[in-house]
Design a protein around this ligand. Structure first.
Ligand SMILES: *[C@@H]1O[C@H](CO)[C@@H](O)[C@H](O)[C@H]1NC(C)=O
Ligand SMILES: *[C@@H]1O[C@H](CO)[C@@H](O)[C@H](O)[C@H]1NC(C)=O
Ligand SMILES: [Zn+2]
Length: 441
């Protein structure tokens, strides 16, 4: 018995002792370009020098660009920026330190209140919490939104207080390293279930909430177990791994701001919907038909609220309504802590980038209100948002979600027409049937 126990320990040892990549003395630059020429220089660097990890892209409107450098390349980047007269600050001189400060808490199974909102959780924790929600709340139903390359389910849940309601869909964690995204989505769900605020209660009652905290489960797991800065999914492509799941949707695929090189972080994949995650999630979304009234995607960072599309700065679809509703919601977001988000379509607010989920949802499903949050911060910590900012980020975001609903209604959206009309429609159908019956005889 003892012998067997020891033997199994030896067999398991290599699995348990996975070496986590360390970012000791990695540097985060916050570059402050002042004109188009400097932005072009940075774009060239991004395209041609794969030694550097661009945490944000040098778009035409970029106020700052974050670049992570290995210790051995720091001098080169310093010199490059200086020789081009480009201003910058070093915002982190040892990225591993910020990683070490990110608390990842264990979730205690069977106790939904043990989920806290000032710490991060791994996939196992989040999924265990979802299962507990299903057991605890009669209005919560487990959902599966798709499947990952490594065979994990994209787990989510629905909060519903009755049939016939329109859907608000929350998509979190499409980019693995943006840990604030799943944290914020879980917070919003918890508010909908536990808050006593009348406006929150009404929002919970009036809509069917479809909530998916982690839509890139393989990448999220990898960012916890092996490589904190992982962005893509984990499908092997030749000698490389991963496709950028926010460049792989079948909407203007590979038109702008995406790469054909699997070594890069914006690799769009071999074709539109080549990836199990984006393909299965889109099939699931399509199965919901025209019931989705609002779609919210959560990313980080930059403090931006984005709307479709990423292929052009031109105002397509209901651009003006969506911008006006979004700006007002960002006004509400700023009240609590003074955080100022900018609102714009993807192309005008950051850069030309296509193949993203919100563009496909807008173009293909024609969802009336579609937004993408780029959460805190503005390049001080970037993806490594310290735990003390998780709750404030989530609270201000929740404030703005309620305002999106409020303003959306004022502009004639989100009116639960499904719920109000369907009994009426039913009465009319019955009346028509009777009429036909009468005339037939
Ligand atoms: C990081 O830099 C410090 C100071 O230069 C040095 O003492 C230390 O050995 C470096 N650590 C690693 C892991 O390279
Ligand atoms: C941008 O994409 C939208 C949605 O696919 C399309 O309607 C529009 O024509 C495109 N514009 C350009 C300039 O390609
Ligand atoms: Zn992202």
């Amino acid at each position: 018995m003892r012998f067997l126990f020891n033997l199994s320990f030896l067999l398991l040892a290599p699995v348990v002792l996975i070496e986590k990549f360390r970012f000791d003395n990695y540097t985060l630059f916050k570059v402050l370009p002042e004109n188009e020429r400097q932005i072009e220089i940075l774009q060239n660097l991004q395209d041609n020098d794969l030694r550097f990890d661009f945490w944000s892209s040098p778009g035409i409107k970029a106020e700052f660009v974050n670049i992570m450098s290995k210790p051995e390349n720091k001098i080169d980047l310093d010199n490059f920026l200086k020789s081009n007269g480009i201003n910058y600050e070093i915002v982190m001189s040892n990225i591993q330190e910020a990683i070490d400060k990110e608390t990842v808490s264990p979730y205690t199974r069977g106790r939904t209140p043990s989920m806290q909102f000032d710490t991060y959780y791994n996939l196992e924790g989040i999924n265990a919490w979802i299962n507990d929600l299903v057991r605890t709340y009669s209005e919560v139903t487990k959902l599966v939104g798709g499947v990952s390359y490594e065979g994990r389910e994209i787990e989510g849940f629905r909060i519903s207080h009755g049939s016939g309601r329109k859907i608000i869909f929350l998509e979190g964690g499409l980019h693995a390293r943006e840990w604030i995204s799943p944290a914020t989505v879980c917070f919003i769900a918890n508010e909908l279930l536990t808050s006593t605020n009348p406006e929150t209660r009404a929002a919970a009652r009036d809509f069917d909430w479809y909530i998916f905290p982690v839509t890139n489960p393989d990448g999220y797991v990898w960012s916890h177990t092996n490589f904190r800065m992982w962005r893509k999914n984990r499908r092997p492509i030749g000698n490389f791994f991963g496709v950028d799941l926010n460049r792989n949707w079948n909407s203007n695929w590979l038109v702008s701001g995406a790469s054909t090189n699997p070594a890069t972080d914006t690799y769009a994949g071999p074709g539109p919907f080549s990836e199990p995650e984006s393909r299965s999630l889109s099939t699931y979304l399509r199965s919901l038909g025209d019931r989705i009234d609002m779609y919210l995607s959560f990313h980080s960072f930059g403090e931006l609220l984005l709307i479709p599309f990423g292929n052009s700065t031109a105002p397509y679809a209901n651009y003006h309504d969506a911008i006006n509703i979004g700006r007002r919601a960002m006004g509400a977001l700023s009240v609590r802590f003074g955080t100022l988000y900018r609102t714009g379509n993807i192309a005008e607010a950051i850069y030309l980038a296509t193949g993203g989920s919100i563009d496909w949802v807008k173009e293909d499903l024609n969802v009336p209100l579609v937004y993408c949050y780029e959460s805190r911060d503005r390049g001080q910590y970037g993806f490594l948002l310290p735990p003390e900012q998780i709750l404030p980020n989530s609270q201000e975001t929740m404030d703005s979600v309620l305002e999106l609903i409020h303003q959306g209604r004022r502009f004639g959206y989100l009116n639960n027409s499904g719920r109000i009309l369907s009994p009426l429609l039913w009465v009319m159908i019955v009346a028509l049937a009777k009429l036909l019956w009468v005339y037939k005889f």
